[in-house]
Design a protein around this ligand. Structure first.
Ligand code: ADP
Ligand code: MG
Length: 292
């Protein structure tokens, strides 16, 4: 198995080059965004026992984009929930920016976006994006400025006063992403955020996520069922298999694909890397029959 503990130098360097003044390059010695060490998660007891995760080790560097891919039930969502402190491991440790997962949650170190946008239907788009800022006591002028900035970032300025049900699925997902970014997190946790979208909208939102990551310098832990999506977005693709859920392979996306433009998908290395991830998925003990 590939060494997961090592921070790829090239990735760190690239992140520094891409970062804007607003985000700034990650200074040398910046703690990893996520450090998962020997994590197990067992649900149920005795005969009903399900080993959702077994001996998982994973490090996500500051500013790094890492995807989790694997068949249903291999523990992707469980791992994300543990990092988000929505659940606790049965064994092992999780650190987020060198803090406990709980402390990172309290410090609002990360934003979360899941498959369902999860917007409040009675609130306008602007009010949905504003909510986390309001909950955490930001002043009215600050909130207004930040919401305007976020809606601009996801291209929804003209829809500030719309209700979620007046928007397409892709637009709703963009609102959810804007909300996740509200407090300028250094880390985004995303569980199949584009899973329910059509292919065209999906590619558009992928491009948008690439741009947002460059502008904010945020690290991302991203769950997807789509191999091309994982290869397009990621610095590394982590392959998991079920029963017990574990990491079986890690594919590093080559430098030649890190521009992440439309041309990237036609690059010969793109097809090779997609094939490598597919081979890694099928190399597990279980056939990956339920992968898209
Ligand atoms: P994935 O997101 O990769 O599809 P999950 O992390 O949702 O997989 O689930 C991994 C395994 O753990 C599955 O077998 C699932 O049924 C089980 N599991 C997840 N959450 C719970 C829970 N709260 N109680 C019991 N079993 C669970
Ligand atoms: Mg899941």
């Amino acid at each position: 198995m590939t060494d997961l503990s090592k921070t790829p130098e090239k990735t760190a360097q690239k992140t520094a080059e891409q970062a804007t003044d607003q985000a700034g390059p990650a200074p040398f010695g910046t703690p990893a965004a996520i450090t998962v060490t020997g994590v197990d998660r067992v649900f149920g007891k005795r005969k009903r026992e399900v080993v959702a995760l077994s001996a998982v080790d994973l490090t996500v560097a500051a500013g790094e984009f890492v995807s989790l891919i694997g068949p249903s039930g291999c523990g992707k969502s469980t791992l994300l929930r543990l990092v988000a402190d929505l659940d606790q491991p049965s064994g092992g440790t999780i650190a987020v920016f060198d803090k406990s997962a709980e402390q990172a949650r309290l410090d609002q170190d990360y934003g979360i976006a899941f498959q369902q946008a999860g917007l409040l239907p009675w609130r306008t788009v602007a009010a949905n994006v504003e909510l986390p800022l309001k909950l955490h006591g930001a002043g009215s002028a600050e909130r207004k400025a930040r919401v305007a900035e976020l809606l601009d970032l996801v291209g929804l300025t003209d829809f500030a006063k719309s209700r979620p049900d007046q928007l397409s699925g892709g637009m709703q997902q963009r609102v959810a992403i804007a909300r996740a970014l509200a407090e300028q997190p250094r880390l985004l946790l995303m569980d199949e955020p584009f899973g329910a979208l059509d292919e065209i909208t999906r590619e558009r939102l992928q491009a948008e996520l690439v741009r947002i990551c460059r502008e904010t310098g945020a690290a991302v832990l991203f769950v997807t069922h789509s191999i091309p999506e994982a290869v397009f977005l990621s610095d590394r693709v982590v392959v998991m298999t079920p029963r017990p859920g574990r990491i079986t392979d890690v594919v590093t996306v080559p430098e030649t694909l890190r521009a992440r433009t439309d041309a990237t998908r036609d690059h010969a290395d793109f097809l090779h890397t997609v094939a490598a991830v597919r081979a890694a998925l099928h190399g597990g003990h279980e056939p990956a029959e339920d992968l898209a």
